[in-house]
Write a protein that binds this ligand. Sequence first.
Ligand SMILES: *Cc1c(COP(=O)(O)O)cnc(C)c1O
Length: 400
Amino acid sequence: MRSTDEPVMGVPGSDGRFGRFGGRFVPETLVPACEQLDAAFTEAWADPAFRAELHALLRDYAGRPSILTDCTRLGAELGCRVLLKREDLNHTGSHKINNVLGQALLAKRMGKTRLVAETGAGQHGVATATAAALFGMECIVYMGEVDMARQALNVFRMRLLGAEVRPATTGSRTLKDAVNEAMRHWVAVVDSTHYCLGSVMGPHPYPFMVREFHRVIGDEAREQCRALLDGADPDVVVACVGGGSNAAGIFSGFAELPGVELVGAEPAGGAAVGHGIPGVVHGMLSYLMQDDVGQVQEAESISAGLDYPGVGPEHAHLADIGRARYEPVTDAEVLDAFELLARTEGIITALESAHAVAWVAREARGGELVGKVVLVNLSGRGDKDVAQVADLLGDRYVGG
Ligand SMILES: *Cc1c(COP(=O)(O)O)cnc(C)c1O
């Protein structure tokens, strides 16, 4: 048990638990690899030289710090002040680059020459392939066969970046199967290879390590907000939640400030925190979408990047202790928010991030945010989603 004066989003126990969630539920053969990674990360994260090297990479390659945009037209329409943390402006178009640069640098420090990753919609695979190209590392990305067909352009991007894309052909042939295959591969070649996991999930130390690599989002945003708001903090911080990494990154900058409300926006068809049941998958204990007999269920959402049936264990814990709340958002609300942000602010957002905007729009229109300052983590840009939205809404714009 952690005592109450410990930070809300601090270091988990050596067992990797956030309250009752998290841990390390892996086969015996994977335990040494996880322990080695845990030790290497702990040592590197305490080393100012590692931090400085990562900081320089984030600045000179990824384009950090990402800016904070004060949305005056959107704010006027909604009756509250909306600030966007612009992770969409990072190299490769989302927050994912923060994590992969951190893990690639750590892998190099550990003497590894290969990265293996899983990907669903392809965004994390592209980010990992990017980092591998930058570091001159070999890269293998497991992707469900079904996802490979649905996201052919991202498969091409990964190959262009020099990665090998391997189909996951088991189970439903989607993200959860790609994670299983990537882990299986890692066990066999752990001496040469680092498993670059894409969100705050999996066995300890991944949920903790990935959150720390995204902490930069929250640390920057807190200081940017204080500079803009004469030293004040926002009233609410909102982020979309798939596995939960962009949310964990921005929440970590505000979790120790009790006056700041934390909200995670989940797809209504995959509300792991809202409707999940505690269970073990991919090496962690967390809330999971399960059917009556405990089989992991496919999440369903308009945005492929949020189609993960579980959520990172720290979010399960934050929900449990009441520090953050997780709210479902429907596909229709997401499309509406996608259009709203484009029309009022000239920003075409990723459909994932539009979940966070959609929550703000719904609450504001219901009168819940009058006069409040709301900080939204805009996790990614929407170029990848425009063709899909045109299919869904194109009729509305004909001749317009
Ligand atoms: C991958 C992705 C997400 C979902 O992942 P989290 O780990 O929940 O952050 C959200 N937004 C964008 C733009 C993504 O690419």
